[in-house]
Design a protein around this ligand. Structure first.
Ligand code: WT7
Length: 672
């Protein structure tokens, strides 16, 4: 992207922020109880953390269990492949379970789970799992994995609904040093296949199915389709959604597929935790970038653990008596860090809900908060905008007085949604933490600290302790309206891209001479030093908080015989934050000869099959040409201008300026 284009994206996404100048101060009540007190307290600890990274993170790490202590907190000698807590031996599952039980939390509820179905019968279910029970289940699961021949260093893919067994599977892998690669349950068979093959995963853990919006989704069938083309995958371990009543459509392939309940019967519920060197790989999680191929983001055992623990503690002011609910799916990094690892590392109780917010009606989330007395509620702007649309009445029917803190993540939150969240969910009493971070960062990077940081609707406020954030221009000069950059390493930083170290360097570390990490987001720093994230400045789009690379969709379309070329751009979307708009050129042999509605349907079906339904574009517009510079580069900002009905920016660099008018005409006529 050119500087001009970046500037354009930033301006477009920054619209609306300027007006929000309200400040919300933490209540005295919160300040008194907070771990760090007031903005001065934050600033003092922040300064200390930046001056002495080793001291700050070393102190945090010391609060966790290590089989052997590290010899160095940070080793920068292989920058940008940083190593944290070098030579330290630990186990994150041990810290989540055994260490909590040792502190006397054995009988405390670790997970409160609610299934989606509500009608009486076997599908509806509420479960409470104590730390001790969770440890037994995790150990049994780990022994089953061992029984399949899996061992430390092997990779296993997990494709499951949002049920406790998903957390158990993840923790079981972590316990024995098996690397987990969770694939979000909305991904298609081909997407699973590519992820299994990229990592040479030796097994897939799945469930016969799960519930979403009243429907039973047969996940195992999708896995069958995927692993038919996965030579490395020797086993598919299948759990039952309804114990004793497997989904009848679930076919088991002899020699490959194993029912979990059969494999687990009679298996011991004791399994020692592997002492892993801090820089061994804990998990892989695939995320979209600006090419067609998703990146396998690697995370370490020790550094990631310390980051998850510390951020969950401070950003959410997490306490022993909290019931923490992060609504993200474990298929995304938010679910890894703030459903599974972070809350358990802090000995808290965490809520897991299987299904959709509108099942059976729009009041489901509020009923869950009321029934279980959720105290901290962490969700996404796209969900908040949906709640706003569904109306305040759904909230008024429920008692939300247990809530004490709210959080937002996934995309910039528009001030209007922030204020609605504050008023209607938080009763003007709960602080809101707008947390900026990414799959690659492992945990929070920019976020208010409740009880310390006054908040402004729409701003992620100030960097977390130990996070050295800057706003830079293209040349690396500090500016107040530019691109977000991170100077110093932090413990949760990715270990790189699996199988492609050079891509890691090129994507994240080549922008400013290797001195800064480039996250791909624009940012504004206001007069108070507050950071306002303005959205992606690369060809990645956040659709409902899900990251999708425009190149991934373009790679799908080009596979159709009628398509000559396409360009996909992100455009503003009322609910999703951003949606995808696809502009497709047909080969001359097909142009004018195909039914466009029909072809659009086919292309959408290809997106469903190759990525997943959630990646479908808002519209596919068939155009005679694309706006290109004389050197042949597509000028995406013009496509965004057309899509959002804006005046066109500078078109003088176009090879053929008449192209944009032709596209605009087609765009508007197709719309009518
Ligand atoms: C991208 C990372 C991190 C968990 C969920 C998404 C955007 C995330 C915020 C926020 C503005 C945000 C950024 C970032 N993003 N949180 N609070 N304010 N933007 O993880 O899929 O790795 O996506 O989400 O654009 O780069 P992810």
């Amino acid at each position: 992207m050119s500087t001009e284009e970046i500037d354009d994206v930033r301006k477009a996404s920054a619209e609306g922020f300027a007006s929000a100048d309200q400040i919300f101060h933490p209540s005295t009540d919160f300040v008194q109880k907070a771990r760090v007190q007031g903005l001065d307290g934050y600033r003092a600890l922040y300064e200390r953390s930046i001056q002495d990274l080793d001291g700050f993170w070393g102190d945090e790490a010391s609060q966790l269990h290590w089989f052997e202590r590290w010899s160095a907190v940070l080793d920068e000698s292989r920058k940008p492949f940083f190593r944290w807590f070098v030579d330290g031996k630990t186990n994150i599952a041990y810290n989540c379970l055994d260490a909590q039980i040792a502190k006397g939390l054995g009988d405390k509820t670790a997970i409160v789970y609610e299934a989606e179905p509500t009608e009486a019968g076997s599908a509806s279910e509420i479960r409470k799992i104590t730390y001790r029970e969770l440890l037994s289940e995790v150990c049994r699961f780990a022994n089953v994995l061992k029984g399949l021949g899996l061992k430390k260093g092997d990779t296993v893919a997990i494709y499951m609904p949002m049920v406790p067994e998903l957390a158990i599977a993840v923790l079981a892998c972590a316990r024995i040093g098996v690397i987990h690669s969770v694939v979000f349950g909305g991904f298609s068979a081909e997407a699973i296949r590519d992820r299994v093959n990229d990592a040479s995963s030796k097994a897939v853990i799945t469930m016969d199915g799960g519930y979403r919006r009243g429907k039973f989704l047969a996940l195992k069938q999708t896995v069958d389709e995927a692993v038919a083309e996965c030579p490395s995958c020797a086993h598919v371990l299948v759990l039952e959604r309804h114990s004793g009543k497997p989904d009848p459509s679930c076919q088991m392939k002899p020699g490959r597929d194993v029912w979990y309940h059969e494999a687990a019967s009679g298996v011991s519920s004791e399994c020692p935790a592997e002492a892993l060197e801090s820089n061994e790989m804990l998990f892989l999680l695939y995320t979209s970038g600006s090419t067609g191929k998703p990146k396998g983001i690697m995370h370490s055992v020790g550094g990631y653990m310390v980051h998850a623990y510390t951020t969950n503690k401070y950003s959410f002011d997490l306490r022993g008596d909290d019931l923490f609910w992060c609504t993200a799916d474990v298929g995304w990094v938010t679910g890894h860090t703030y459903v599974v690892y972070g809350p358990l590392l802090n000995g808290a109780s965490v809520l897991m809900y299987e299904g959709a917010p509108d099942a059976p009606d729009f009041g489901r989330f509020w009923k869950i908060i009321q029934d279980h007395k959720v105290t901290i509620f962490y969700t996404a702007p796209t969900a908040i905008r949906a709640f706003m649309k569904w109306g305040d009445d759904w909230l008024k029917k429920h008692d939300l007085s247990s809530l004490r803190l709210l959080g937002s993540v996934g995309e910039p939150i528009n001030p209007e949604a922030w204020l609605w969240f504050h008023k209607n969910v938080g009763a003007e009493r709960c602080p809101i933490v707008d947390t900026w971070w990414q799959t690659e960062t492992g945990g929070h990077m920019i976020t208010p600290i409740p009880g310390c940081t006054p908040t402004k609707p729409g701003s992620a406020t100030l960097p977390f302790f130990g996070i050295d954030a800057a706003v830079l221009d293209e040349h690396g000069n500090e500016t107040d309206h530019g691109i977000l950059a991170i100077r110093k390493p932090w413990p949760g930083i990715t270990q790189g891209i699996f199988g492609d170290p050079q891509r890691y360097i090129d994507t994240y570390w080549n922008r400013w001479g290797g001195q800064y990490y480039f996250p791909g987001d624009g940012a504004i720093r206001d007069k108070d030093g507050y950071l306002w994230i303005t959205g992606r400045v690369d060809d990645v789009v956040n659709v409902s908080g899900h990251r999708i690379g425009t190149a991934e969709l373009e790679a799908v379309f080009i596979e159709h015989e009628a398509v000559a070329e396409s360009a996909v751009v992100g455009v503003k979307h009322e609910l999703k934050g951003q949606g995808l708009m696809a502009f497709v050129i047909l080969k001359s042999a097909f142009a004018g000869k195909v039914d466009e509605t029909d072809l659009a349907k086919k292309l959408n079906a290809m997106v469903d099959a190759k990525i997943g339904k959630f990646a479908r574009p808002e519209r596919i517009v068939f155009v005679p040409d694309l706006p290109k510079t004389r050197s042949g580069k597509i000028m995406r900002r013009l496509l965004r201008d057309i899509s959002e009905g804006r005046e066109l920016g500078n078109v003088t660099t176009l090879a053929d300026p008449s192209v944009v008018e032709a596209i605009r005409t087609k765009f508007q006529s197709a719309k009518a």
